[in-house]
Design a protein around this ligand. Structure first.
Ligand SMILES: [Zn+2]
Length: 241
């Protein structure tokens, strides 16, 4: 099963890389054709093509990092809320807003250990499940799911591994109060952060880096910008600080 999964991944990644190469070649071909028809227009055309290409790349990278940051926190808090409610706790406040770090206050909290662990644990398992589903269904935007799953692993790992430095209010401080040790939290971070980097490995060309030479999928950039704006506006409208 593992061998089959690995070979499927290579095939999918191969297809994606072929697509990037094809698009780069097509673009170069069109530039040469135009250069042949009208030598005077060629540099200007080439410049505007390059600018459009860079604009898509900047939009994709900027908006998807912003989207991942906001949704990672939303998933994390959703798990705190669900576990608090299903274990008999009362949620007194959920802080979720584009301009602040999210937080869930629960009081009383009869099963605090389950509620506190739910945020970071399910907060990485859910995005990983979404990525594996997207990959299994051969979704064209599977690389975005992969990036998001990696982002959640890195962000939650750093938050748990070093969060006790932040002081009261951080999950890591609650973990210490509930019996965890500093070293256990650091170990958890040391496990999840490299896993996140592992998921990110090889994604560079999808974001226009390396051999992609700035080229990204225009539809991926557009989708990412729309998703970011949607989440940002919804949190701004109904979220609380
Ligand atoms: Zn939390």
């Amino acid at each position: 099963m593992a061998i089959r999964a690995a070979s499927t991944e290579r095939v999918l990644e191969g297809q994606d890389n072929d697509k990037i190469r094809d698009n780069t070649r097509r673009e170069e071909g069109s530039q040469q054709a135009i250069g042949g028809d009208s030598l005077k227009l060629a540099p200007q055309w080439r410049r505007s093509m390059k600018e459009m290409k860079r604009m898509d790349q900047i939009l994709l990278i900027g908006s998807f990092i912003g989207f991942s940051w906001l949704v990672m926190q939303a998933v994390h808090e959703l798990e705190h809320v669900l576990e608090a409610v299903t274990t008999g706790g009362t949620v007194t406040k959920v802080v979720l807003h584009p301009f602040t770090i999210s937080r869930t206050d629960v009081h009383p909290n009869p099963h605090a250990l389950i509620e506190v662990w739910a945020g970071p644990i399910v907060g990485v398992l859910l995005p990983l499940t979404a990525f594996f589903l997207a990959k299994a269904l051969r979704s064209p935007g599977a690389f975005l799911f992969r990036f998001f799953a990696g982002f959640c692993l890195v962000a939650n790992g750093v938050y748990i591994g070093t969060g006790w430095l932040a002081g009261e209010g951080a999950d890591a401080v609650d973990f210490l109060r509930l019996g965890a040790t500093h070293w256990q939290l650091v170990r958890l971070g040391l496990l999840t952060v490299p896993l996140g980097f592992f998921l990110w490995h090889g994604l560079g060309p999808h974001f226009g880096l390396g051999k992609a030479n700035g080229f990204v999928s225009h539809s991926a950039a557009l989708t990412s910008v729309c998703l970011f704006i949607l989440v940002f506006v919804v949190e701004l409208a109904i979220g609380s600080k």
